[in-house]
Design a protein around this ligand. Structure first.
Ligand code: SF4
Length: 72
């Protein structure tokens, strides 16, 4: 599944990186998704999503990813 971090919302608290360093990494004070498919093998991704204080993490469908790539 594709996971996305809203860069405008992220406050760089580091919680997601602490909970799942396989999928998230802080860069320049914002969390980046470093894994294409965060499949919940190494973490409970829903738990990470729920733990983000500003709700910046979301799961996006492949359709959403494709349409965003087209408009980008
Ligand atoms: S938990 Fe949320 S606010 Fe904190 S670094 Fe991750 S995405 Fe950003």
């Amino acid at each position: 599944m594709k996971v996305k971090v809203d860069q405008d919302l992220c406050i760089g608290c580091g919680t997601c990186e602490l909970m799942c360093s396989q999928c998230f990494q802080l860069e320049n004070g914002k969390a980046q998704v470093i894994r294409d498919n965060c499949d919940g093998v190494d973490c409970d991704i829903q738990d990470v999503i729920d733990s983000c204080p500003v709700e910046a993490i979301s799961i996006v469908s492949e359709d959403q990813v494709n349409s965003e790539e087209k408009t980008a």
